[in-house]
Design a binder for this molecule. Structure first.
Ligand SMILES: Nc1ncnc2c1ncn2[C@@H]1O[C@H](COP(=O)(O)OP(=O)(O)OP(=O)(O)O)[C@@H](O)[C@H]1O
Ligand SMILES: [Mg+2]
Length: 155
């Protein structure tokens, strides 16, 4: 568990295939939360967008996990695509309510690299979805969080 002076909620922003989950799992967080894990738990498949109970249930459980982890003082990462400000804002609010600092990590990975990684995955998203996300991406502003960094996840 993190010490009181270093309570940080980390929010990833990035296209499908940019490597958010890969990074979140090996970066040493106490807790890594994402909607896809809840899709799997609820509906048995990470790619199902809207199953029994609907997205309302999905988001409620996801948010409950985050609140619980923040209450416990854990060092948390939320590794969804979080491409829109309206996705990020409630996460920032939850963090503030719990007395956390907020760090946004923007995965600055070229669309072509995301496309190739997506093709190579066992569970690719549709190419059209990737293109649509790239079009709609709202880059994080510095004032959205205490710290906004760009991570060029290309090796
Ligand atoms: N730096 C890297 N070099 C090479 N491959 C990588 C790198 N980072 C991630 N990958 C690979 O790219 C694929 C997609 O990564 P990952 O699942 O982390 O993407 P994501 O951003 O979480 O996507 P989604 O938004 O769909 O959940 C995986 O197969 C992963 O192993
Ligand atoms: Mg992921």
């Amino acid at each position: 568990m993190a010490g009181a002076e270093e309570k940080i909620l980390t929010i990833t922003v990035g296209l499908p295939g940019s490597g958010k989950t890969w990074w979140a799992r090996q970066a040493g967080f106490d807790r890594a939360v994402c909607l896809d894990d809840w899709r799997e738990k609820l509906w048995g498949d990470r790619s199902i967008q809207d199953g029994p109970g609907g997205t309302g249930l999905l988001i409620a459980l996801h948010n409950m996990e985050i609140r619980e982890a923040l209450k416990n003082g854990e060092n948390v990462v939320v590794h969804n695509t979080n491409i829109l400000k309206k996705h990020r804002r409630p996460l920032v609010e939850m963090a503030r309510e719990a007395g956390y600092q907020v760090k946004i990590v923007y995965f600055e990975v070229p669309l072509e690299v995301c496309r190739q990684r997506n093709r190579d995955r066992p569970d690719p998203v549709a190419e059209a979805v990737l293109d649509d996300f790239a079009r709609r991406m709202e880059l994080p502003d510095p004032e959205e969080a205490d710290c906004v960094i760009r991570y060029s996840n290309i090796v």
